[in-house]
Unconditional design. Structure first.
Length: 448
């Protein structure tokens, strides 16, 4: 398992490479001891805190980014919204790009070679029968489950790469779970403040260490930069040649592999199965291609750096986060609950606190994993109303839900999953009124 990740299905055992800028490696080694002091007892890494609370101390699996910046204060939230063509849905920039994502549990293929793109401002709702892979799909987007194969580009970074510091990426991706996952030993306000305070202080320390390292980096660049960059360019060319060779071997194998597809029933759920030998060979080739492509992505040339201004302090970060927490609690009409503990809240109140806790990180994307499934029916409405408000403000959202009316009202695009694949997708009106795939027609007849 990679340090700093929360893997429920086991790591996929990817080999580690060291094609890093040597000056970045030197910076990481020089600051390892200082990193160990970054996490305090109150800020233990835990997936329940928006799955983004800090780094584990002594983490040597991930790079220290020399370009990391402090928050400089937490940005406040405002109180103001492959088959479907770009003309049909108004799309912004790509936020998440999924390429050939596969997830296996033993012989069961839960996600079957999925490729999809989520665009800025979209509200993508994922529906489907139980066991279709919806929650696993969502968990893979945040690397709570590591995909067996494939790539997941979030904000331009392949977060499925084991060398990527996943906690840095989770700072920009909010996650709301079915069962709230609030810390019962902290007040409501402290639950909201925990992640942004810890991340703000951690980034401030990183920025100061980076600035201290700039003179050494520039000296090393003058001494070795040109030779290092020339050698790196030759390496990259050899990697590209290897990728092309492996892809030429993979294409005919995939065609043969597809012909062996079957289904298997487990506990009333239907899963896709394929020939074991071909599956193993396909995954091995795919893994080699991905490893080599990631070596190309990680081959960063040396360059000159400049010091960046430090415009905040620990005290200022705590003050700004406290004010933000007060505004968020007022927004959900729970200001009077700031100093109480989660055990005294109703289920609907807990889920609303969980949502604003994720929003306190000012994320680029919000992931909702069946946010109303653990609530009593009369509490569902207040949570759905809050999600609608967040959607109306333009937040990019991916929502797994069984609430069809909610999906139709909030979603800009609906995805239907079954047997680990996205079988159909489209705009809500067309999706619900004119379904095309026989499996979707059957599903909608049962749930509408």
């Amino acid at each position: 398992m990679r340090k700093g990740r929360y893997t429920f299905g086991g790591a996929n055992g990817q080999e580690e490479y060291t094609d890093f800028n040597p000056t970045e490696q030197a910076a990481e080694k020089a600051t390892e001891k200082a990193d160990g002091a970054d996490c305090n007892a109150e800020a233990l890494c835990d997936p329940s805190v928006d799955a983004s609370v800090g780094e584990e101390s002594g983490n040597t699996d991930t790079r220290t980014e020399t370009e990391s910046e402090a928050h400089g204060g937490v940005e406040c939230l405002t109180d103001e919204n492959n088959k479907t063509s770009a003309a049909e849905i108004s799309r912004g920039n790509e936020v998440i790009s999924i390429r050939n994502m596969t997830k296996k549990f033993g012989d069961l293929l839960v996600l079957d070679d999925i490729s999809e793109t989520i665009y800025e401002g979209e509200k993508v709702v994922v529906i489907g029968p139980s066991g279709s892979g919806k929650s696993t799909f969502l968990h893979c987007l945040n690397c709570l489950e590591d995909p067996t194969a494939g790539k997941i580009f979030f904000d331009g970074v392949d977060i499925a790469d084991f060398k990527v510091n996943i906690n840095e990426q989770r700072q920009k991706m909010g996650m709301v779970f079915q069962h709230f996952n609030l810390f019962n030993n902290m007040t409501v306000k402290k639950n909201i403040m925990l992640a942004p305070v810890h991340i703000g202080i951690s980034n401030l320390r990183k920025l100061k260490r980076r600035n201290a390292f700039v003179p050494l980096n520039n000296l090393l660049f003058k001494m070795f930069g040109e030779a290092h960059n020339a050698a790196l360019e030759k390496k990259v060319q050899s990697y590209k040649t290897r990728v092309n060779k492996l892809k030429s071997e993979l294409e005919p194998l995939i065609l043969e592999w597809e012909t062996t597809k079957g289904t298997k029933e487990v506990a009333g759920k239907s899963f896709a199965i394929y020939d074991k030998k071909l599956t193993s060979k396909k995954l091995r080739l795919t893994d080699n291609i991905e490893k080599t492509e990631r070596k190309i992505d990680r081959a960063k040339p040396m360059r000159m750096l400049e010091k960046q201004p430090v415009e905040t302090s620990t005290k200022q970060i705590k003050q700004e986060v406290s004010a933000l927490a007060d505004r968020l609690l007022a927004r959900i009409a729970l200001s009077d609950k700031a100093d109480v503990y989660p055990s005294s809240l109703s289920g609907g109140q807990k889920q609303r606190v969980a949502i604003v806790r994720a929003l306190a990180m000012n994320p680029k994307v919000m992931l909702f994993d069946e946010p109303t499934s653990a609530l009593d029916p009369e509490m569902v409405g207040e949570v759905l109303d809050l999600i609608k408000q967040v959607a109306d403000e333009g937040m990019t959202m991916i929502i797994v839900t069984h609430e069809m009316a909610f999906a139709r009202e909030v979603g800009t695009r609906i995805l239907f999953m079954a047997q680990g694949k996205i079988l159909e997708q489209g705009k809500p009106d067309e999706f619900f009124d004119s379904p095309k795939h026989p499996r979707l027609k059957e599903f909608l007849r049962k749930v509408l």
